[in-house]
Design a protein around this ligand. Sequence first.
Ligand SMILES: Cc1cc2nc3c(=O)[nH]c(=O)nc-3n(C[C@H](O)[C@H](O)[C@H](O)COP(=O)(O)OP(=O)(O)OC[C@H]3O[C@@H](n4cnc5c(N)ncnc54)[C@H](O)[C@@H]3O)c2cc1C
Length: 422
Amino acid sequence: MGKRIVVLGGGFGGVQATVELEKRLGREAEIVLVSEENFLLFTPLLPQIASSNINPRHIVQAIRDIRGNKRFTFRRDIVRAIDPAARRVTLCEGSLDYDVLVIALGSRSEYYGTPGAAENTWDFKTLEDAVVLRERVLDLCEHADHTADAAARQALLTFAIVGGGYTGVELVAELSDLLFRYVVRRYRRIAPSEVRLLLLEAAPEILRTIAPRLKAHALRRLRVEGIAVRTGARVTRCTADSVEVNGSEIIPTATIVWSAGVRANSVVEALPGPHDRAGRAKVNAYLQLQDYPEVFVTGDSAAAASAPDAAQVAPLAMAQGELAAANVERLLRGAPLEEFRYSDKGMLVSLGMNYAVVSIGRLRFSGYFAWLFWNAVHLYKLVGLKKQLQVGMDWALGTIFPRDTSIVRRQRDCKICGPPER
Ligand SMILES: Cc1cc2nc3c(=O)[nH]c(=O)nc-3n(C[C@H](O)[C@H](O)[C@H](O)COP(=O)(O)OP(=O)(O)OC[C@H]3O[C@@H](n4cnc5c(N)ncnc54)[C@H](O)[C@@H]3O)c2cc1C
């Protein structure tokens, strides 16, 4: 065959597609994986990076380790544009022609046109986002510890999380653990009553897709943990030092984290053919782009005709990556393609230390055993024994020793102080 198959994006969908393509066509085709990050990130554990519960490197696996002695080529580069008519991908460092293309470029934040949101909020999607947010939170606590002005202390110690989906909920619960269980013990001039954690959700309820009973349990738990959960609270403006709610209430805060919605990657939005409201490419049931049967789109980038409303989650991206690879083989061999079929696998939401809610089919429970179940499932899903051991050790040590509150960035790079006078 000797064709070149290019896969764009080294996340759940892209890595699954690449590994599957290797199995099916590794000896017959040239397979090239392109991604801007040289690792696969296990996003479900990202909130625990922000809360210092896990070491950042323990939830990623280097693509070159995943490759081992497989044949595919990896190129760390940024995709700038795709020209399906010319079958060419423009990269930061050159271009790449393809015979077949699999797109798995994920998503970015959707700000819904909220003034100031793109400029003044912290994203929470990448490993870097989580590492930077952790340092930000600790940095502000360092400042608050010696700031005398009450209003300034209040703004420094108010953290607003926008979006009550599972990402926002898991993040706010983790930050609550970090701040109330660890930080206030070490920063002696910060009283627990001064720390304010807000979860702002525009809809009338959080965790919209889970059963009402579990939702109620989750809400109660968050409130017990000291989190102010505000529903019907639409964020209407964000500035460097405040968040405006419902067009009238101004809450002073130095940190707003945006996890209120996702939009397709801009490269995907620029593809020809129809897109859904979130900018995802509308593909047919075989995951092919309209008018370009040699282009397959998967995961957060795709709205498949056979599952247009499926939640954007890792199992869906992996299932689509696997099917795209199988359909690439069928296409090259002239065989009939297979349609994408997907059944929802349920939802597990961690609410910080010792509590989670689980909803899988008819199995619905919450509390400590749900939390153990959450941990077991995520440890099992983590790629590679080394990473599983590392995360397991992080969790075990975290039950004995305090969390690490060290900040890597030097004070001179601090956003609040600015560079020191020379
Ligand atoms: C904080 C957080 C928590 C989550 N928790 C869960 C969870 O608990 N359970 C669950 O099932 N799902 C969870 N998700 C959702 C899940 O991570 C996504 O649905 C899934 O990753 C989508 O897979 P994908 O392959 O489409 O995209 P991604 O996994 O996002 O991969 C996209 C890849 O493309 C690369 N890329 C992007 N743009 C470019 C470019 N221009 N050039 C080169 N490379 C590029 C990115 O670096 C990345 O490697 C979570 C997501 C987040 C952000």
